[in-house]
Write a protein that binds this ligand. Structure first.
Ligand SMILES: [Zn+2]
Length: 78
């Protein structure tokens, strides 16, 4: 694909992708991407972004359980 900023041809590479959510932050270290060699702009395909969003959706569901999992151990009360 062509860079939308400077119209150079982009290269197929891997890039990190960080998503910040309520209560946690996650970085996918190697997401297939398009990188512009001229201005370093990074583009992600819709199919890859969709996979990341589905992954975060299930993480959201699991992380809610963490908040509910506060356990008071016997003898630990003050
Ligand atoms: Zn560019």
């Amino acid at each position: 694909m062509v860079c939308l900023k400077c119209y150079c041809d982009t290269e197929r590479k891997f890039s990190p992708f960080t998503i910040k959510r309520e209560g946690y932050e996650i970085t996918f270290k190697e997401v297939p991407s398009w990188i512009c060699p001229a201005c370093n702009e990074i583009y992600f395909d819709e199919s890859e972004v969709e996979i990341l969003h589905k992954t975060v959706q299930s993480l959201d569901e699991q992380s809610v359980k963490l908040k509910e999992a506060i356990v008071y151990w016997p003898g630990n009360e003050r």
